[in-house]
Design a protein. Structure first.
Length: 87
């Protein structure tokens, strides 16, 4: 019979990166929260990026920490930077 050896410790590190491609018309606008011009996405695009179902404005989108503004037609636009930071 052989001697019992010390158990070996194996450490595995997994690094992942996420690549997000947004297709469609490019929209930029002024974000009052960021204090600068940023990329803006429609609510449905923001929800798709965050991997959820479409929230009813304003409470769920604001609870995500998203910066919300409106386009010329009054439709909600979400600051892309705030969506990416919330992920």
């Amino acid at each position: 019979m052989g001697a019992i050896s010390e158990p070996q410790r194996i450490e595995i590190t997994v690094q992942t990166d996420r690549l997000v491609l947004i297709r469609g018309r490019r929209s930029t606008g002024w974000c009052h929260h960021c204090g600068r011009e940023v990329g803006m996405v429609a609510l449905s695009q923001a929800v798709a990026l965050a991997g959820g179902s479409e929230p009813v404005l304003p409470d769920p989108a604001q609870s995500q920490g998203w910066h919300i503004s409106e386009d010329q037609n009054g439709s909600p636009l979400i600051c892309l930077e705030s969506v990416l930071k919330s992920m």
